[in-house]
Design a protein around this ligand. Structure first.
Ligand code: HEC
Length: 132
């Protein structure tokens, strides 16, 4: 009886040690994630939102508005001709589209909408400039 109790204790200690090991492996994985996966909470929320939302307006509101509504970090403001016209004159729609896909300066690749297709991004840019 006493031996059984000791074995039970040893087993449960062993299990919790294994569990602790698992936890710290997880913690290490979390800490050693590639930099690109560490994202601001807002961007993660945006990506989660746009995973379901597919109209350009929804993509804009979910992923782009946080910068392109107010001009954060120099982002060209949506439907603001003064912000967009020089870029369109210089590179055309295809040029700004390529930069949006690849990222440029403070503009993150795909504007953080990692699951947006190339066409989703183009349609969202058209939505952003349709009023200029
Ligand atoms: C974290 C802020 C941020 C987010 C989010 C963001 N942008 Fe931008 N974007 C910028 C900034 C800053 C620039 C200006 C970059 C520069 O020219 O230096 C920019 C520029 C652009 C340009 C112009 C590129 C050019 O060649 O002039 C396009 C197009 C664009 N963004 C599209 C998008 C779209 C579409 C989304 C959403 C799917 C998005 N952006 C999300 C910050 C952001």
């Amino acid at each position: 009886m006493k031996v059984k109790a000791l074995i039970a204790m040893a087993v449960s200690l062993g299990l919790s040690a294994a569990h602790a090991q698992e936890m710290s492996d997880e913690a290490i994985k979390e800490r050693t994630k590639p930099y690109g996966e560490l994202n601001v909470a807002g961007a993660q929320t945006a990506a989660a939102t746009t995973a379901k939302a597919r109209t350009p307006e929804e993509i804009f509101n979910g992923a782009c508005a946080m910068c392109h509504a107010s001009g954060l970090m120099g982002a060209p403001r949506a439907n603001n001709a003064a912000d967009w016209q020089p870029r369109l004159d210089e590179r055309g729609l295809d040029g700004v589209w390529q930069n949006a896909l690849n990222g440029i300066n403070a503009m993150p690749p795909r504007g953080t909408c990692t699951d947006c297709s190339d066409d989703d991004i183009k349609a969202t840019i058209e939505y952003m400039i349709e009023g200029i």
